[in-house]
Design a protein around this ligand. Structure first.
Ligand code: NAD
Ligand code: IPM
Ligand code: MN
Length: 355
């Protein structure tokens, strides 16, 4: 049966890098993949056209698709909007609406890019970390939230960091299951020394390991120490389990270990059989948007993750990943990687390997 992929190109470089992923998907379709591709407005462009970043129709289309590929959202033109009218609020609503609570962010350093990182080759060569970031809870979603005016006229900004046992348990389960297919080592990050939600996080993760995953080596690490350890000795990590906010920050940090933020894809998955949401971890990059120079690798690798995790095509996923690697081996580089290829030319170089 024909499967469906919904593209949400979004803002800034989102449409630029999504167009390249679409060409890659088109190549696979021409080679026999039974996939139908549709597109919808999302983010700032949807605010401009529809008044909201995520319309009910687009959310319904996302839930009805087999997989969703988001580009990136946001930009200075919408930064002054009230919070719920911002492109980023649409992204949170999409993640929550699709119930994709586990965000897989693989930080893999391709051999050809071992000298592209700001860290020395010895620290990043062969790097293969899998972040499992909680995506639909924590301080991004906790209530109460908002900006209120106090009696004395002062304002107060409020966000609430909150986790329930079941929210922690389900994402920890994803991390343990994925660790079983790797080295079987999970390091869980929190701030249990200063936050109750972090203490509960540690207790629930530990209890689940003891009860159901005794074969997994579990280490707890305070998130600030992890930020340091990631640049001191990143190859000590196999699977990293984090909450929503720490995972956001630590995965951007880890992206630089792979050479560029433009390299890191992600897969957001939820209950079995439900559609996944696939996005590069980078943003809309207003500083380079419109110039056609963004690195499309994270976008293409996110398509590969969709093929693997939602579309039942692990072999095609591996072929796409191999094509990216082969293009890098052949010297193809966008500006962020020290080269001078445009986004489209980098796409050409990758497509040339996808025969
Ligand atoms: P950013 O990730 O957009 O950019 C950070 C830096 O990395 C910039 O210098 C940018 O040029 C560079 N960069 C990012 N992706 C690149 C690529 N593919 N190729 C080459 N260089 C790349 O982060 P920011 O500037 O802090 O945020 C800009 C906007 O994007 C904000 O509105 C933010 O909320 C939004 N954002 C969206 C997402 C998303 O949609 N998933 C993720 C992060 C940030
Ligand atoms: C990301 C982004 C998002 C996040 C924003 C844009 C909501 O930074 O996907 O990493 O913080 O999760
Ligand atoms: Mn981020």
């Amino acid at each position: 049966m024909t499967q469906t992929l919904l593209l949400l190109p979004g803002d800034g470089i989102g449409p630029e890098v999504t167009a390249v992923a679409r060409r890659v998907a088109g190549r696979l379709i021409s080679q026999g993949l039974d996939l139908s591709i549709t597109e919808a407005r999302f983010g700032g462009v949807a605010i401009d056209a529809d008044g909201v970043p995520l319309t009910d129709e687009t959310l319904a289309a996302a839930k009805a698709a087999d997989a969703v590929r988001m580009g990136a959202v946001g930009g200075p033109q919408w930064a002054g909007q009230p919070y719920d009218k911002r492109p980023e609020a649409g992204l949170l609503a999409l993640r929550s609406g699709m119930n994709v609570y586990a965000n897989l962010r693989p930080a893999i350093c391709f051999a050809a890019l071992a000298d592209a990182s700001t860290l020395k080759r010895i620290h990043v060569e062969g790097l293969d970390i899998l972040f499992v970031r909680e995506l639909t809870g924590g301080v991004y979603f906790g209530e109460p939230r908002g900006i209120e005016t106090l009696a004395n006229g002062e304002k107060r900004g409020v966000n609430t960091h909150v986790y329930t046992t079941s929210e922690i348990e389900r994402v920890a389960r994803t991390a343990f299951e994925l660790a079983r297919g790797r080295k079987g080592e999970v390091v869980s990050a929190e701030k249990s020394n200063v936050m109750e939600a972090g203490l509960l996080w540690r207790q629930v993760v530990e209890a689940l390991r003891d009860a159901e995953y005794p074969d997994i080596t579990l280490t707890h690490m305070l998130a600030d120490n992890m930020a340091m350890q990631l640049v001191k000795n990143p190859k000590q990590f196999d699977v990293i389990l984090t909450d929503n906010l720490f995972g956001d920050m630590l995965s951007d940090e880890a992206a630089m270990l792979t050479g560029s933020l433009g390299m890191l894809p992600s897969a957001a998955i939820g209950a079995a059989g439900m559609p996944g949401l696939y996005e590069p971890i980078h943003g809309s990059a207003p500083d380079i948007a419109g110039r056609g120079v963004a690195n499309p690798c994270a976008s293409i690798l996110s398509l590969a993750m969709a093929l693997r995790h939602s579309l039942g095509e692990p072999e095609l996923a591996a072929r796409v990943e191999a094509a990216v690697e082969a293009a890098l081996n052949a010297g193809a580089r966008t500006a962020d990687l020290g080269g001078n290829l445009t986004t489209a030319q980098m796409g050409d170089a990758i497509l040339a390997q996808l025969t």
